[in-house]
Ligand binder design. Structure first.
Ligand code: ADP
Ligand code: ASP
Ligand code: MG
Length: 475
C-alpha cells in the first residue's frame, strides 16, 4: 500500500500563475514518487481579506464597492485560468464556475447590505468563497499538467458545530465522510484537491475554521484518513527562529516537537495555525513545513515528543525561537480587599468572556492582590466596561481599588523544550533584556513549561525580539 500525503498550499503558494505552477510541480513530484496525494488549498493571497472588507462595506450599504469587487474577483481568478489551463473547454468550464461564484458573492453582499448587518453565518458564506474559487483553478491546473485531479469542497467532508467563524470539527463524522469520499478516489489513482478553511454543519450550512484555518483543514483531513505525513507548503523554508519579517537573520529550525510548535503558533508564529497541531498529535503523524519556492529545502519537521532523557541530551538549543504578538493591552484588577476572596478570578474572566474577547496571557501576583491579563487593544474598552459592571459593588466598597489598562504592549515569547530542564535560563533572558534597556511589565510561564512570555511596551517589542534572537543564536 502506498503512503498517503496531505499537502496544503497557502495563499502565496497559489497567488500567482508562477506560484501555482510551482505548486503543481511539487504535487506531481510526490505523485510520481508513488505517493497518494491529497491537496488542500487556501484562497489566493489577499482574497479572504478582500472578501472580509466587502462584508464590512456591504454593512455600510456600499453597493458600488461590491459591484467593483465582483468584477475584480472574476478578473483576478481568470488571470490564473488563462495562464494555467490549457484546454479551451476546460477553460470555459472553470470560467463559468468563477462567474457563478462571483454572482453568489454579489447576491450575498447585497443581502447583507439590505439588512445592514452581517451575521457570523453570513460572513462564513462570503469568506469561504475564496477557497471555492482557488480549488477549481488548482485542480484544473493539475489536470492541464497531465495529472488526474479533481476538486472536492470540504463542506462535503468536514462536519462542524455551528460556531460560525471558528467552528469545531466533529472528527468521527468527518472521518466517515472523508473516508467514504476520498479513499475511493485515491484507490483510482486520482488527486483530490480540497478547499481549506471551510466546512459545514450537519445541516449542510457552510462554516469556517477561523482565519488561517487551511492548516487546520489539512491536519483534520490528515488525521481522519489517516495520512502518513502532512506537508504545509508556504513562502518560507519552515518554522524559523523568529519571524523573518522582523529578524533578517532568522534561520530554519529543523525539528520541533508538538508542544513547542503549539506554543509558537499560539504566541504568534503565523506560519502554522495553532489548532493545526492537535488533530495529528495523538496519532503521531509528522508534519513538515516547507517552502513552495524552494522544495529542495527540508524545512521543519514537527515530531512527537521523545522521552525526556533523550530530549535533555539533545536540548542543545535551550530556547529555539522567539515570537511577538503586537497590539495588546495589559488589564489589571487590583485591590487589597481581593485578598483571599473566592471567585474574583472567575468573575473577572467571566466578565471578559462576556465580551467575546480571548485572553492570551494571565499572571497573578502571589499576594492575590491583583490579577493581570492581556487582551487585544481593540477590545480593551469593552473589557473594561464589562469589568466595571461586574465589580460595581466591590469598587464602590473599595475592595477593588482599581481596574485599569496599560497603553499598547506586546507579548514576547521564548519557546524551547530545554527551558524546562535548564536552570537559570529565565534569569539569563531577563538579564539580556535588561542590558538592552527593555522593561518587562509582566511574566508568565506557559502552562506546558516550554515557553516563557513577557509583556513589554509596544515600542520596545522589536528590540526585545532582536535581543532574544541574538540570545538564541549565540547559545
Ligand atoms: P500561508 O499563506 O502559506 O498560510 P502565512 O502567511 O499564514 O502563510 O504564514 C507564513 C508567514 O508566517 C511567513 O511568511 C512569515 O512571515 C510568518 N512567520 C511568523 N513567524 C514565523 C516563524 N517563526 N517562522 C516562519 N515564518 C514565520
Ligand atoms: N484563506 C483563509 C485566510 O486567509 C484561510 C487560510 O488561508 O488559511 O484566513
Ligand atoms: Mg497561514
Amino acid at each position: 500500500m502506498s503512503s498517503t500525503l496531505v499537502m496544503k498550499f497557502g495563499g502565496t503558494s497559489v497567488g500567482t500563475p508562477e506560484a501555482m505552477a510551482q505548486a503543481v510541480k511539487n504535487v506531481q513530484k510526490s505523485k510520481e514518487e508513488g505517493m497518494d496525494v491529497v491537496v488542500v488549498t487556501s484562497a489566493l493571497s489577499g482574497i479572504t481579506n478582500l472578501l472580509t472588507e466587502s462584508t464590512a462595506r456591504a454593512v455600510q450599504g456600499d453597493e458600488e464597492f461590491i459591484e467593483r469587487t465582483e468584477v475584480e474577483l472574476i478578473e483576478k481568478h481568470l488571470f490564473l485560468v488563462d495562464k494555467l489551463i490549457k484546454s479551451s473547454e476546460e477553460k470555459a468550464e472553470i470560467r463559468k464556475e468563477i462567474e457563478r461564484l462571483s454572482q453568489e458573492f454579489g447576491r450575498l453582499c447585497h443581502a447583507i447590505s439590505i439588512l445592514g448587518e452581517a451575521t457570523p453565518r453570513a460572513l462564513d458564506a462570503v469568506l469561504s468563497l475564496g477557497e471555492r474559487f482557488s480549488v477549481r483553478i488548482l485542480a484544473g491546473a493539475l489536470v492541464s499538467a497531465g495529472a488526474e485531479a479533481l476538486f472536492v469542497e470540504t463542506s462535503q467532508l468536514i462536519v462542524t458545530d455551528d460556531s460560525f467563524q471558528e467552528a469545531h470539527p466533529d472528527l468521527e463524522k468527518t472521518r466517515e465522510k472523508t473516508q467514504n469520499i476520498i479513499k475511493p478516489l485515491l484507490e483510482e489513482g486520482k488527486i483530490p484537491v480540497l478547499t481549506g478553511y471551510l466546512a459545514a454543519t450537519e445541516e449542510e450550512i457552510t462554516t469556517t475554521l477561523g482565519r488561517g484555518g487551511s492548516d487546520y483543514s489539512a491536519a483534520i483531513i490528515g488525521a481522519v484518513l489517516p495520512a502518513d505525513e502532512v506537508w504545509i507548503w508556504t513562502d518560507v523554508s519552515g518554522v524559523m527562529t523568529a519571524d523573518p519579517r522582523i529578524v533578517q537573520q532568522a534561520r530554519t529550525i529543523s525539528e520541533l516537537n508538538y508542544r513547542e510548535m503549539a506554543e509558537l503558533s499560539y504566541f504568534g508564529a503565523k506560519v502554522l495555525h495553532p489548532k493545526a497541531v492537535r488533530p495529528v498529535v495523538e496519532l503521531g503523524i509528522p508534519v513538515r513545513i516547507c517552502n513552495t519556492f524552494k522544495p529542495e529545502d527540508k524545512g521543519t519537521f514537527i515530531v512527537k515528543e521523545e522521552d525526556d532523557d533523550l530530549v535533555k541530551a539533545r536540548a542543545r538549543h535551550v530556547v529555539k525561537a522567539v515570537t511577538a504578538i503586537p497590539s495588546q493591552r495589559l488589564v489589571t484588577v487590583e485591590g487589597r480587599g481581593m485578598l483571599g476572596v473566592p471567585g474574583v478570578a472567575a468573575r473577572t474572566f467571566g466578565a471578559v468572556a462576556a465580551t467575546g474577547t480571548s485572553v492570551p496571557l494571565i499572571t497573578q501576583a502571589s499576594s492575590e492582590q491583583s490579577i493581570s491579563f492581556s487582551v487585544p487593544s481593540d477590545s480593551v474598552d469593552a473589557v473594561l466596561s464589562s469589568l466595571y459592571e461586574v465589580f460595581e459593588t466591590e469598587i464602590a466598597r473599595r475592595d477593588i481599588d482599581r481596574v485599569w489598562a496599560t497603553g499598547d504592549v506586546a507579548i514576547i515569547t521564548a519557546v524551547g523544550n530545554g527551558l524546562q530542564h535548564t536552570p537559570g535560563v529565565a534569569g539569563q533572558i531577563f538579564s539580556a533584556l535588561g542590558a538592552a534597556n527593555v522593561n518587562i511589565y509582566a511574566i508568565a510561564q506557559g502552562s506546558s513549561k516550554v515557553a516563557i512570555s513577557l509583556i513589554v511596551m509596544a515600542n520596545d517589542a522589536e528590540r526585545a525580539v532582536h535581543t532574544l534572537h541574538h540570545f538564541i543564536t549565540a547559545n
